[in-house]
Design a protein around this ligand. Structure first.
Ligand code: GLU
Length: 282
């Protein structure tokens, strides 16, 4: 089922929701409960929900008495290894209150490149959803062979949406929509809809934000939205605060229309090639 407007989100069969580190850690830690209750409502309505959540490194840092994001890979990986368990514990506790079982799914970019790995990941997630489990995906940071980049999970979310043939991808950030220029700039206007063939030429996007815990900002969100849209999956970009409204189909955020072709193995491969291009360019 291909959604044509955000108001159809409540009727989606399957959605992927992505949340970034800064929305659920530090002084926004309380937002995790709000996110979980919105996901639980969608789940209770019968929608199959997959969450892609960052936050392993940001959760691990204070437990290791580190205050900034480390600049070496091994320390980032160590922080992720410490934080991932704690992050899942927070999700498990919150989902328990709704009687929802969750599952940790850790994937690397390589898993998407190898057909066998990709198929197994897809089958396992399909099975979890059949079993009414709410899977939570993160990058398997501890074995990532590249530097863990800001915004990696924006790409991961688009790949997961393609992998599980989601009806929509909901990207949550700290900003409520895409703006025609950086939102803090005077006169910035939200863009409500983006047609599939719109190259957003007039839109001025701030460079990737480095805020200490890891968020990709508008650049990686746009790349992710384009990747999903090319594979036939529409995308709603909005703020973590508005997740409840977004999943109820309210008129919030920016809606990226998808290409008309349904996602299939061919477009998945296309999406994977696109992701490679982003990886090499960045
Ligand atoms: N996988 C990283 C983490 O959980 C985050 C990557 C990102 O910021 O997108 O900390």
């Amino acid at each position: 089922m291909s959604l044509t407007t955000r108001s159809e989100i409540p009727a989606a069969r399957r959605i992927v929701v992505k949340i970034g580190s800064s929305s659920i850690t530090g002084d926004r830690e309380h937002q995790l409960g709000h996110l979980v209750s919105a996901l639980a409502s969608a789940h209770e309505r019968g929608t199959e929900v997959v969450l892609v959540s960052s936050g392993a490194i940001a959760t691990g840092l204070p437990l290791l008495n580190l205050d900034g994001r480390p600049d070496d890979l091994a320390t980032s990986q160590a922080a992720a290894a410490v934080g991932q368990g704690r992050l899942m514990y927070r999700y498990e506790s919150a989902l328990d209150a709704f009687g929802i079982v969750t599952a940790q799914v850790l994937l690397t970019a390589n898993d998407f490149e190898e057909r066998g790995h990709r198929r197994h990941a897809q089958e396992a997630i399909d099975r979890l959803l059949d079993l009414r489990v709410l899977p939570i995906v993160n990058e398997n940071d501890t074995v990532a062979t590249h530097e863990i980049k800001f915004g990696d999970n924006d790409r991961l979310a688009a790949l997961v949406a393609v992998l599980v043939r989601a009806d929509a991808l909901v990207l949550l950030s700290d900003v409520d929509a895409l703006y025609d220029r950086p939102p803090e700039r005077a006169g910035a206007q939200p863009i409500r809809e983006v047609a599939f063939d719109d190259d957003l030429a007039g839109v001025e996007v701030a460079p990737v934000a480095v805020n200490g815990v890891g968020t990709g900002g508008a650049v990686t969100k746009l790349a992710s939205a384009r990747l999903a849209a090319e594979a036939g999956i529409p995308v709603l970009l909005t703020s973590a605060e508005q997740v409840g409204l977004a999943l109820r189909g309210a008129d919030v955020g920016t809606w990226f229309h998808a290409a008309e072709a349904a996602p299939d193995e061919l477009t998945t491969t296309g999406a994977l090639q696109t992701i490679e291009v982003f990886t090499h360019e960045s």
